[in-house]
Design a protein around this ligand. Structure first.
Ligand code: SAH
Ligand code: SF4
Ligand code: F3S
Length: 437
């Protein structure tokens, strides 16, 4: 890829225009935002720290729940003030919601200049450039910018943690989920490409790799990717998210147990503790299978963190179904949990079904679930009080343990990526505090 400054944005009137990117979605979206930023930089842009400093504003959006969309929409709405003040600013909406609501955004938010879904998002700098030159985007063959170009362009970035997608999209079609519709079916990146990217990241000083995918463990070469990434010189920690529960097996747990650089951290979203609900969700594992694997993790790697996602109030969820979800929380004692009220998503199968759990009941279930999850997390975190733990600093006085627990410490701050030892003094449900050793 050409790294020279080839931007000639006449109306932006500056040799180094500034781009501001804000991310609303999941880690995959964050990874996409970073890539997009790299591509902008390779084209001569600088990054803007604040929205009003930028020549190009990019909002990378999420569609997973209605709430996520509303948040992005209201943020995009508020950019109108910016556009009114400075009509030269280019406002771009990219990502999953840009895919799903392309038409609505174009018609109801006219201050938005570009609306680009996940599959074409990396072409945005080129689309902007063409637009500035007055070339219609469709008149020339579009230059494709795919993941594989990244190793060339990433080396101007100094960060300590690298997000490396090993797959795109998802083909699982859980009945509530919009992801397959906005991101397309799953496509796996070749192992060699993944390892090459990790090696480049390691050379630039990055010591933590996060392997990403909606069902990261369904990659056909997943286990060897894990082993080989963990063996790269300079890589101290490797994580992987999100694991599909039905594809977590004992061998995977053994590999994590036996490979020091693989973090003791399993994010395995169970969604519900009721087999009836799981079936209607089109999640093809049972609660027995999930419990078996969770208990195996607890036995083989007692310190390992297990985290999960839950949906409360899925269509047809009875009180009894919900009690079973609480049971699973009480039994597994998740270290961290992400809980959501069911939100009907257009295009999905469950959208056709009646959203029959009343909002009040959803709210009440969510509150009870949060309480149970909080108790479990607090109890798990309390096991670390009085211990010395190794933290990878996020910069300043905070960082994460290998189990992905966030720790705030008193004492000297540390550079991002530095390893710090902290004596843990206090446990809270969502964090720990201590003193730098
Ligand atoms: N690929 C991951 C999940 C990605 S979406 C997996 O299969 O586990 C992240 C979380 O959002 C999901 O785990 C689920 O708990 C939640 N979620 C997805 N769609 C939802 C919906 N329609 N309503 C409420 N929560 C939803
Ligand atoms: Fe959505 Fe299911 Fe795919 Fe996860 S596995 S992204 S919940 S369809
Ligand atoms: Fe991620 Fe949201 Fe898209 S969860 S894949 S950004 S719909």
């Amino acid at each position: 890829m050409n790294k020279s400054n080839d931007v000639s944005l006449s109306s932006l009137r500056t040799r180094h225009p500034k781009v501001y990117i804000k991310t609303f979605g999941c880690q995959m979206n964050k990874a996409d935002s970073r890539r997009l930023e790299e591509i902008f930089i390779s084209k001569g842009y600088k990054t803007a720290d604040m929205v009003w400093d930028a020549d190009v504003v990019v909002f990378n959006t999420c569609s997973v729940r209605e709430h996520a969309e509303n948040k992005a929409l209201s943020n995009i709405g508020s950019l109108k003030v910016l556009k009114d003040k400075n009509p030269a600013v280019r406002i771009c909406v990219v990502g999953c919601m840009a895919q799903r609501m392309q038409k609505e955004i174009r018609t109801s938010l006219p201050h938005v200049d570009f609306v680009v879904g996940p599959s074409k998002m990396f072409e945005l700098p080129i689309l902007i450039e063409r637009n500035e030159k007055g070339i219609h985007p469709d008149t020339e063959e579009t230059v494709k910018v795919f993941y594989e170009y990244l190793p060339d362009i990433i080396d101007n970035k100094r960060e300590y943690s690298g997000y490396v997608p090993i797959m795109k999209g998802c083909g699982n079609f859980c009945s509530y989920c919009i992801v397959p519709y906005v991101r397309g079916r799953e496509q796996y990146r070749p192992k060699e490409e993944v390892l090459a990217e990790c090696a480049v990241l390691a050379k630039t000083g990055i010591n933590e790799i996060m392997l990403l995918g909606q069902t990261v463990n369904s990659h056909p070469d997943f286990k060897s990717i894990l082993r080989e990434t963990a063996a790269i010189k300079g890589i101290k920690r490797v994580r992987f998210v999100t694991s599909y529960p039905g594809k977590v097996d004992r061998e995977l747990v053994d590999i994590v147990r036996d490979t020091p650089a693989l973090c003791n951290y399993f994010h395995i979203p169970v969604q519900s503790g009721s087999d009836d609900v799981l079936k209607r969700m089109n999640r093809d594992y049972t609660t027995d299978y999930f419990m078996d694997i969770a208990m195996y993790i607890r036995k083989q790697i007692p310190a390992a963190a297990i985290s999960s996602d839950f949906i409360a109030g899925f269509p047809g969820e009875t009180d009894r179904d919900f009690e079973k979800t609480l049971d699973i929380v009480k039994k597994v004692r998740f270290d961290q949990s992400f809980t959501f009220k069911y939100s009907p998503r257009p295009m999905t199968r469950a959208y056709e079904w009646e959203d029959d759990v009343p909002l009040e009941v959803k709210k009440e279930r969510l509150a009870r679930l949060n309480e149970a999850c909080s108790d479990a997390a607090q109890e798990r975190n309390a096991l670390l009080v009085g211990k010395k733990v190794e933290i990878l600093s996020e910069g300043g006085n905070s960082g994460r343990t290998g189990e992905y627990k966030i720790v705030f410490w008193e004492g000297d701050p540390a550079e991002p990526g530095a390893e710090v030892e902290v004596d843990i003094k206090k446990a809270l449900p969502h964090s720990l505090t201590g003193r730098r050793a």
